[in-house]
Design a protein around this ligand. Structure first.
Ligand code: NAD
Length: 490
């Protein structure tokens, strides 16, 4: 029996247009594109396909709304966001169903993502009234210095498909809290969740009599077609991007012309270190969380398991046992713990990476195949004896594959961990607190999970170093990304 992509009553309420100036409307060209359920390859619905003119109309509306929104009292901005949080929470089940229908992740994970995404809205509703400044006497004693903050201006957000609600709220909530307005271009593969969320924002703004153009949404089958005119427009003051390093690099070049403020949340290649003194069972549980969320399609997914040779066999056996219990299936089906990958090309890439490891002598201890079912599935896979130079280790896998590489000393582990252009997150399992702090000093990373396979938290600064990005989202730092300072010499 095939699982329906989306309950009929949810589908009926889902906006499928472009949101410009508080109105849902079709594309100016009338074009649409299809959104697919990756677990069945069936079309969920068609969505308006924004043109370059639509993109500029969206920027126009958000630029006009900026002048009004920036003047809205911080308390009112806070309460608006709080109302959005309350409504998201009330409609969490419907939102989760949409996340699963277009992205494939199991419903339990979709619910967790909605709660995580809503938490950004709540956190920034609380921060909107805490935008601090500074006042002090100049060191020379001749005058006083006052520093105040202002919103940077109209912003543009480009989001990925792997966390369609959380990656959107992580940008929209701090932008709105700071007094900025925003145009959002959701990923082509997952525009529906963003539309659902934007409708909640639209309703709340309308009910409170606030400017309708604060948030615009422009789904498109061509990211370039909508992004290029927006990025070239001098009214835009800020770009926030989450996605691959390759696209981030090219967007930074475009942003250079307008000297735009940028936030870049890019790719990762997270090392997961298990030391000889680790609690191996806890490491296996941490590995499940760090590797298997969204079938391995997260920027913070453990990509390389670097395990001390004294515990490598125990860890591998534990991982094989744990992965072996996972149930692959449609995300909306009862009991599913691993959903599909996002598209056919993703399965091809994972298959190639596994083959490359095997060519270099790795053993497939579990999985290593496509299950025999419709949709873009790949089986949970454990590889041991993986060559350190195999592309499976050096590239972002974005699939449910755990390659295990062994090491013998802490120095070797650190060298392996840092042997990548990326630096988003690392995980380390050790009972030695001194070692944990040595790792924090030595590993080139924006985030480090100690004896934990999960680091994300709306109140903490999320982001990377090296080719993993610029800036931080979440916490106090996430709000600063949308603020300029003005210094008064008095
Ligand atoms: P992607 O870079 O292909 O796409 C991301 C977004 O950019 C999409 O909305 C896409 O339509 C748009 N885009 C693509 N080409 C563009 C262009 N030329 N101009 C403007 N926009 C363009 O990435 P993806 O496949 O959607 O997401 C997976 C990647 O995102 C992985 O590398 C993952 O690590 C990364 N990611 C990073 C974080 C983080 O916080 N660091 C979070 C989630 C995902």
């Amino acid at each position: 029996m095939s699982t329906p992509p989306l309950p009929r009553e949810v589908l009926a309420q889902l906006p499928t247009g472009l949101l410009v100036d508080g109105q849902w409307r079709p594309s100016s060209t009338g074009a649409t594109f299809a959104v697919e359920d990756p677990a069945t390859t069936e079309v969920v619905t068609e969505v308006a396909d924004a043109s370059a003119d639509d993109a500029l109309a969206a920027l126009d509306a958000t630029s006009r709304a900026f002048e009004e929104w920036r003047a809205v009292a911080p308390r009112e901005r806070a309460e608006t966001l709080r109302a959005v949080f309350d409504r998201m929470t009330a409609r969490a089940e419907e939102l989760a169903a949409v996340v699963t229908a277009e992205g494939g992740k199991p419903l339990a994970e979709a619910r967790a993502e909605v709660a995580y995404g809503a938490e950004y809205v709540r956190w920034y509703s609380e921060q909107a009234v805490r935008i601090d400044g500074l006042a002090r006497r100049a060191p020379a004693g001749t005058n006083h210095q006052v520093v105040m903050h202002k919103p940077v201006g109209p912003a543009y957000a480009i989001t990925p498909w792997n966390f369609p609600i959380a990656m959107a709220t992580r940008k929209i909530a701090p932008a709105l809290a700071a007094g900025c307005t925003m145009v959002v271009k959701p990923a082509q593969l997952t525009p529906l969740t963003t539309a659902f969320f934007a409708e909640i924002v639209r309703e709340v703004l309308a009910e409170r009599g606030l400017p309708a153009g604060v948030l615009a949404v422009v789904p498109s089958s061509s990211a370039r077609r909508v992004s290029e005119p927006i990025l070239a427009d001098p009214r835009l003051r800020k770009l926030s991007f989450t996605g691959s390093t390759e696209v981030g690099r090219s967007l930074l070049k475009s942003a250079a012309d307008g000297i735009l403020r940028t936030s870049m949340e890019l790719g990762g290649n997270a090392p997961f270190l298990v030391f000889e003194d680790a609690d191996v069972e806890a490491a296996v549980q941490g590995a499940l969380a760090a590797k298997m969320r969204n079938a391995g399609q997260t920027c913070v997914a453990a990509n390389r398991f670097l395990v001390h040779s004294a515990v490598a066999e125990d860890f591998a056996a534990g991982l094989v046992a744990a992965f072996g219990k996972l149930v692959v299936g449609h995300g909306a089906a009862e009991g599913t713990s691993v959903g599909p990958l996002i598209e056919a090309a993703a399965v091809d890439k994972v298959e190639e990476l596994v083959a490359a490891a095997v060519d270099r002598g790795a053993s497939v201890r579990l999985g290593g195949e496509r299950p025999d079912r419709r949709g873009y599935f790949y089986s949970p896979t454990v590889l041991t004896g993986v060559d350190r130079e195999a592309p499976t280790v050096t590239e972002e896998i974005f699939g449910p594959v755990a390659p295990i590489v062994t090491f013998d000393t802490e120095a070797e582990a650190i060298e392996l961990a840092n042997g990548t252009e990326y630096g988003l997150v690392a995980y380390a399992f050790t009972r030695d607190v001194n070692r944990a702090f040595r790792l924090a000093e030595a590993i080139e990373t924006g985030m480090l999970g100690i004896n934990r396979g999960m680091v994300s938290d709306a109140s903490a600064p999320f982001g990377g170093v090296k080719s993993s990005g610029l800036g931080r989202e979440g916490g106090e730092a996430g709000l600063e990304e949308y603020l300029d300072s003005i210094y008064l010499a008095i």
